[in-house]
Design a binder for this molecule. Sequence first.
Ligand code: AMP
Length: 192
Amino acid sequence: MNLVLFGPPGAGKGTQSKILTETRGLPQLSTGDMLRAAIAAGTPLGLASKALMDKGALVPDETVIGIIAERYDQPDCAKGAVFDGFPRTIAQAEALDKMLAARGKKIDLVLELKVDDAALLARVESRIAAGGPARADDTPETLKKRLEVYYQSTAPVLAYYRHQGKVKSLDGMAAIPTVTAQISDILEGMAV
Ligand code: AMP
């Protein structure tokens, strides 16, 4: 099964993806993690992406489409994957559909984690208060920019998947185990 976890930055996509990896054996394909790994490794792709990421802008579609295709062809994705933080634009969603179709696969489900912006900012501020930001782009200023980018470029992707009848929405403000339980219920009901 191929799943997309959808929602603004800080909605809990990464947390729920990791739980799905543990409980369902579906690898988490996070473009943000892959880009941070490329930066840490000092690759040309990492170097080219760093400035954009640090300011909360998106990296080019071709960059993330390329790394996702390469990662998806690894043997551990044979039974599907959880896409986390990808696709973030309509062009990425179309490219993902094409990539999967070429492999006889498709997106089965899009889980939307709904959250409110004020609460997201409060979460980042409390993370910083608790010991400084863990990531260069984890500051209130950059989060505001990332939210803007989300509403402008990424939110339309939801309509794209709604049109395909694939979206299920969840309250991302609920406690982590509650969200996990709701996702489980949805997956049980799908029988894929
Ligand atoms: P994330 O860890 O998913 O919040 O991503 C961190 C940053 O990486 C984003 O703010 C973007 O700069 C970049 N990024 C991650 N995924 C994508 C994507 N699918 N398209 C464009 N940029 C991305």
